[in-house]
Design a protein around this ligand. Structure first.
Ligand code: XMP
Length: 251
């Protein structure tokens, strides 16, 4: 089963399009692995995927992540996304993608700023051969993102437009599996949705602690919500995930 099918199946089964950003921090690897598995177990019925950042790998190692978090996510039929924000030259991007996919990740986040030729071409090639996903940053959720993503620019001889519009078009051209647009910017989500059409998923981080409103983001055109602290930092993570699900996705 490819990534798109896996996440769609999990979303259907759990009636949710929330992706858990599992960003726990703990200097003790065993405790970190066990806390991560515990949160996953608590919220597994209210999410449709898990996103992992590099800080977890710095403590647990790739093998440690694979044997603990990725295995548990797989047992719960939840696909996993590596938030690597890949942004190097082709051969080292390729090493990274291969290592993450071989460890069991179903998708990877990359930055389109690396470009295609000898940049992200290797990542897409490796992902396609394994039916894994590449998600592309299109507009980040932090306030400082505006300085770059809204910059007016031109792609070759094309008209001048904001950088994020150029990136959204590249995602379509490169056949990415999705684009990432901050929930903090619903008007940008709407514009990206206009540009990429109805089918390509928009993944939206920045809900809750960063100020993004889950329902507004989805109403604006986001497909999946990426949520971290508002879930794992809550006194009752399951209740928090369930509340977001019911507020936004309940039919
Ligand atoms: P919180 O705790 O604010 O965490 O819900 C957000 C999660 O999403 C990640 N993040 C992003 N990832 N593009 C990304 O690829 C973004 O614009 C972006 N903004 C936040 C962040 O790393 C954390 O895991």
């Amino acid at each position: 089963m490819n990534f798109d099918e896996k996440i769609a199946n999990a979303a259907k089964k759990n009636q949710t399009r929330i992706i858990l950003a599992l960003d726990l921090e703990d200097p003790d690897p065993q405790r970190l692995a066990s806390r991560s598995r515990d949160i996953l177990w608590k919220v597994k019925d209210f999410i449709c995927a898990v996103k992992i950042n590099r800080q977890l790998i710095l403590t647990l190692g790739l093998r440690g992540i694979a044997d603990s978090v990725l295995k548990v996510a797989d047992d719960y039929s939840l696909p996993t996304i590596m938030d690597a924000k890949v942004n190097d030259v082709g051969h080292t991007n390729g090493f990274m993608a291969r290592l993450y996919f071989d460890a069991g990740f179903d998708g990877i986040i990359a930055s389109p700023i690396a470009g295609w030729d000898n940049g992200l071409d290797t990542v897409f090639e490796i992902a396609r051969a394994r039916e894994r996903a590449v998600l592309l940053l299109t507009y980040m959720s932090n306030p400082g993102a505006e300085a770059f993503y809204s910059l007016m620019a031109t792609a070759g001889k094309g008209p001048v437009k904001p950088v994020f519009e150029i990136l959204a078009n590249l995602a379509t051209e490169w056949k990415a599996n999705g684009v990432i647009v901050g929930a903090t910017k619903p008007e940008i989500i709407t514009r990206v949705r206009e540009l990429i059409g109805p089918s390509l998923p928009i993944y939206s981080p920045g809900v809750g602690v960063q100020g993004g409103d889950a329902k507004r983001a989805v109403d604006a055109g986001a497909t999946y919500l990426i949520v971290g602290r508002s879930i794992y930092g809550a006194t009752d993570p399951a209740k928090s995930a369930k509340t977001i699900r019911e507020m936004v996705f309940a039919s």
